[in-house]
Design a protein around this ligand. Sequence first.
Ligand code: MF3
Ligand code: CO
Length: 244
Amino acid sequence: MRPAGAIAARVLDEIMGFIRPGVTTRQVDEFAAAQMKAHGGKSAFLGYRNYPSHTCLSVNDEVVHGLAGERELRFGDIISVDVGVVYKGFIGDNARTMAVGGCGVQAQQLMEVTEASLYKGIAAAVAGNRVTDISRAVPDYVDSKGFSVVREFVGHGVGRTMHEEPQVPNFVDLKSNDKLVPGMTIAIEPMVNAGRPEIKILKDGWTVVTQDGSLSAHFEHTVLITDGEPEILTWLTPSKLKAA
Ligand code: MF3
Ligand code: CO
């Protein structure tokens, strides 16, 4: 899981460097596929339930599962990039939202709050805690900042397959309340809307957008539960990539 996480983080970082005004989401997706291959991995998303792209590229009011296409990114857009890589049979999954060139103050705050909420969740990902400790930490923080957490999509266990037990909702759901034990690897992934929490799915069957048209952000890490501090497997470190 460590090498898979390192490669997923590396590819996400490389995509960040590629994104600029004028590129299409298809160009971003093709670049991502090439980088995954260059590192010896491949997309965990392509073909998953017939998902048609290598990555999820969700722009502005798109929450998650945005498809690659002819849309040109413009200065001031924000884009959530979700990268899942299979490497030697294991999967690393991570996401982040960035501005294309620059963005407005609300978008900037939304991204900051969403990323910070991910770290609140990670801080709760310690042995002896339960999934609901994560599921409480995330919305407590987001709500305090006046934004809203999406409820229809959740984090998850991740390993040899992308979606394993337990589900890791960004809201307290007693149906998913396993104890966290050392050795578990989970993807924590808050999706946060600037406006109301409700979403809808576009006619393409995949793209999730906010119902009210407000902006949305998404940050995700794959995290290992240990005897001590949680270990973020999708942290960007050159040394870990070498080990891969
Ligand atoms: N990171 C998302 C998830 O864990 C991305 C899944 S995209 C899909 O669910 F196409 F593979 F579904
Ligand atoms: Co995920």
